[in-house]
Design a binder for this molecule. Structure first.
Ligand code: DHB
Length: 397
């Protein structure tokens, strides 16, 4: 129940949990809290249209799919998404399939974050959730007795809450009130990502090591392909014509190798994505908690970003329900430590996949990478390690 009353020029509102950010973490948290009988209000600086159209990764690990299903959010995902049993790992002259189902009994699903976002938006609409988009100047105050201020339609608003959760990404305002230690690494390369209106040339994703740089052949649907190229960090997108992109993809993905062909088509979106790792700990200060990118960033290789955000929320929602409904702080008190265990595992896995597959100018490193790839592709122990991490560890790992 949200109460709202004007006090002078400030609109005042109150809820149990104020959620900053309406990305997948914020909306999923409001959904799970509502199912647990806890009210929330979500505030978001972007418009709904922007949030629902921004292009992000598209691989859901096993526990993400299970959580979405058990929360009643899985019907379109299961209908329109595609289950993949594994991936291909390749380097010049060789392509190897890793079968996750055979190795660890778990699969992954191809279903774009954009679609998860739309499903969450519709579910929150149906439940009458208050999500305030297009707010300005959001600030989080007084972590012990927190409140959020923002302006919307030119009116200053104060939202009081028992708990504030920052689901507002690494540039959002909530991190500022959660002091701690930050670990980070930037990588000397970026990804050039494209969406193309063409049927995928592969049944499952291809991760390709190549002397010119890494390439990834992914997909979004039977008619839309998603592709990535390793490029230098300072890359100007205007230097990459569509022809140059397709040529580089064909070279690195092995067009012509053993009769395999990369089908090209109209490119509908292209952008350069920087790559960095960042972990902030703890993920709590007083009654302010962090979830998702607000506390940690992974490089995209291995597609862990969205999955980690979902895992955080999967831990945080029951902790807040216990705290606010039963006055039981035990799960909330251990949330940060439990979340960080998985965060560091995924931080290591993303760093490992990134450094194994992206090439630099050191020929010694290149030989180590090829040796590692051969081991992962040919040893059950090596393949199982990749599969276990890629398909995802259980949420409480
Ligand atoms: C995608 C992104 C990734 O980072 C990845 O490892 C696999 C797939 C994607 O956008 O489809």
């Amino acid at each position: 129940m949200v109460r709202s009353a004007s006090a002078g020029l400030t609109v005042r509102m109150r809820t149990q949990v104020a959620i900053v950010g309406a990305g997948p973490a914020g909306l999923l948290l409001s959904h799970l809290l509502a199912q647990g009988g806890v009210d929330s209000v979500v505030v978001e600086t972007r418009t709904r249209e922007y949030v629902e159209s921004r292009i992000r990764a598209g691989i859901l690990e096993h526990s993400t799919v299970e959580l979405l299903r058990s929360a009643g959010l899985g019907s379109r995902l299961l209908q329109e998404g595609a289950e993949h049993r594994g991936i291909y790992l390749q380097w010049p002259g060789e392509r190897h399939h890793l079968d996750f189902l055979e190795l660890v009994g778990r699969s992954v699903w191809v279903y774009g974050q954009t679609e998860v976002q739309k499903d969450l938006g519709r579910a929150r609409d149906a439940a009458g959730q208050q999500v305030i988009y297009d707010v300005r100047d959001t600030e989080v105050h007084e972590p012990a007795t927190p409140y959020v201020t923002f302006t919307v339609d030119g009116r200053l608003t104060r939202l009081d809450a028992d708990v504030v959760v920052g689901c507002d990404g690494s540039f959002g305002p909530t991190r500022a009130v959660v002091p701690g230690t930050t670990w980070q690494r930037t990588y000397p390369y970026s990804w050039l990502g494209v969406l193309a209106d063409v049927a995928p040339s592969t049944d499952e994703l291809i991760y390709a090591w190549h002397p010119d740089g890494f390439a990834l052949n992914s997909m979004r649907s039977p008619t839309v392909t998603r592709l990535y190229l390793q490029v230098p960090s300072d890359t100007d997108i205007d230097d990459w014509s569509d022809d140059r992109i397709w040529q580089a993809l064909a070279d690195r993905l092995g067009h012509g190798q053993d009769g395999w062909r990369l089908q090209s088509g109209p490119i509908t979106e292209k952008s350069v994505l920087p790559m960095r790792s960042l972990v902030q700990a703890p993920m709590r200060n007083g009654n302010v908690f962090l979830a998702g990118d607000a506390a940690h960033i992974v490089p995209p290789t291995g597609a862990k970003g969205l999955n980690l955000a979902v895992a955080d929320v999967g831990l945080l929602a029951p902790a807040l329900v216990a705290l606010l409904r039963e006055n039981d702080p035990r799960l909330a008190d251990t949330y940060s430590d439990r979340a960080l265990r998985r965060v560091w595992r995924c931080t290591h896995f993303s760093w490992w996949m990134t450094t194994m597959l992206h090439t630099g100018d050191d020929p010694f490193d290149a030989q180590l990478q090829l040796s590692q790839l051969r081991w992962v592709a040919s040893s059950v122990a090596g393949a199982t390690g990749l599969a276990e991490n890629y398909a995802g560890l259980p949420i409480g790992f």
